[in-house]
Design a protein around this ligand. Structure first.
Ligand code: SF4
Length: 432
């Protein structure tokens, strides 16, 4: 039996780094300190055992060798005029690098799962920058925390305990007792239930509410009507007083803000609010990134291509224009004629029209796990699990890079190996 301490959890953007893993032989037999979500991933579930292909979408899968699956994948991708390479959020940065190379080789489009979650945040950051902080700073200093359109109790279960609400830090030794917590959301979530102040905003009215807060903050409360986006003016004034009274305030925002009406303009406005709060006190804002390394893809893609996502190589040089070159744009317009889905689940998260198109085109899936994308895949290539069977780098939601160690030996080839071999085979097929 071996005990691995201070291991990193490869599930959500919190990247908890205090996990204890117990192994026997080459098997993980116990996980300590992880939440249910993290423990379920580390203990393993629904692994795909062997590579599989099927001739058409209606046919059953047939188990094949890795050589055959890689050959089939390379033929699909090299024969495509507009291949989409999508996913990446549950893979390490080393995998992202190989993915960008393959996309360039194919003249395809590479995009990640931020396309349907925090992509708008990236656009807003282009325009306004991001006055942010590490989660460690929040833990040690924050005395006012706002959760806007996110529900960490369900989606990031240890965020509040480790970093933002209950955590005791150097200047926040009282933990929860020393913090004021506000939640802004359209419904009373589990997170709202433990907040000091719950602000219920009408669906799609976040932009108006942020604008009203900015007006009050600027001393223009007289122009704010009696209710804004369903929120009484008195409650908005009270919230501004709380924010201004903070010694160190932190706003965390989620898809309730990025994917509701206004999208990137909501984030643009929230960043402006944060910047303006810094005229009164110290305030930071941080996106609640979902998958453990969705932030890492943005980093790798940006340093390799100049853009964080939705990069189109068909012109021979990287081109980026979300709304035109994001994964969902391509699928929705029925433009992609083949797709490689890796470490992400387009089948589960894209709008129905896009999934319908995905079901009509040849799809290569590279993933350790069976998921809804498997149902529309023609070629399925199982891989080792990044962060459990493969070491490498990931970026936490606050942009801090952390190194994952290998906990057990892999039983399947790594994503890096598979992508390298597909790239080589594509070159052979094209006679390069
Ligand atoms: S909060 Fe996230 S990173 Fe931490 S243990 Fe749970 S799933 Fe893993």
């Amino acid at each position: 039996m071996a005990v691995i301490t201070d291991a990193l959890c490869p599930f959500c953007g919190c990247v908890c780094d205090d996990i204890t893993i117990v192994t026997e032989g080459n098997k993980i037999t116990d996980v300590k300190h992880a939440c249910k979500l993290g423990a379920a991933k580390i203990m393993g579930h629904h692994r795909i055992k062997e590579p599989m292909v099927r001739d058409d979408k209606k046919g059953d899968f047939k188990e094949v060798s890795y050589d055959e699956a890689i050959d089939a994948a390379a033929k699909i991708l090299s024969g495509s005029k507009r291949p989409l390479l999508y996913g990446w959020a549950s893979a390490l940065c080393e995998v992202h690098k190989k993915g960008v190379l393959l996309a360039e080789e194919l003249g395809g489009i590479i995009d990640n799962t931020a396309s349907v979650c925090h992509g708008p945040s990236t656009l807003a950051v282009h325009e306004k920058g991001l006055p942010t902080a590490t989660l460690g700073q929040v833990k040690n200093r924050a005395d006012v925390v706002v959760f806007w359109g996110c529900n960490p109790v369900q989606a990031h279960p240890r965020h509040m305990g480790r970093y933002s609400v209950f955590a005791r830090g150097f200047f926040s030794e009282k933990g929860r007792k020393g913090r004021k917590i506000a939640v802004v959301d359209v419904r009373k979530t589990d997170t709202a239930n433990i907040a000091d102040e719950y602000i219920q905003v009408q669906q799609g009215k976040d932009y108006l509410v942020i604008s009203a807060l900015r007006a009050i903050l600027a001393g223009q409360a007289d122009v704010v009507p009696a209710t804004v986006g369903g929120v009484p003016k008195e409650q908005l004034v009270k919230l501004v007083d709380t924010l201004k009274a903070a010694k160190f305030g932190a706003i965390f925002f989620g898809m309730g803000l990025t994917q509701s009406q206004g999208r990137y303009k909501n984030i643009d406005n929230a960043i402006s609010l944060t910047t303006e709060l810094n005229s009164f006190t110290k305030f930071v804002i941080t996106p609640m990134r979902g998958h453990y390394n969705v932030t890492g893809f943005g980093q790798v893609c940006a340093w390799e291509t100049g853009f964080a996502s939705a990069v189109d190589f068909s012109r021979g040089a990287p081109y980026y224009n979300p709304g035109e070159t994001a994964a969902n744009d391509l699928l929705y317009r029925k433009e992609a004629d083949a797709a490689l889905i890796i470490a992400g689940d387009a089948g589960a998260h894209f709008p129905a029209n896009s999934v319908r198109h995905l079901a009509k085109i040849p799809v290569v899936q590279i993933d350790p796990y069976w998921n809804p994308t498997t149902e529309v895949a023609n070629v399925v290539i199982p891989t080792a699990i990044c962060g459990i069977e493969v070491e490498g780098t990931a970026y936490r939601m606050d942009g801090v890079s952390l190194r994952y160690r290998k906990m057990v030996e892999p039983t399947h080839p790594t994503d890096m190996e598979i992508l390298e071999r597909i790239t080589e085979r594509v070159r052979e097929i094209r006679g390069e």
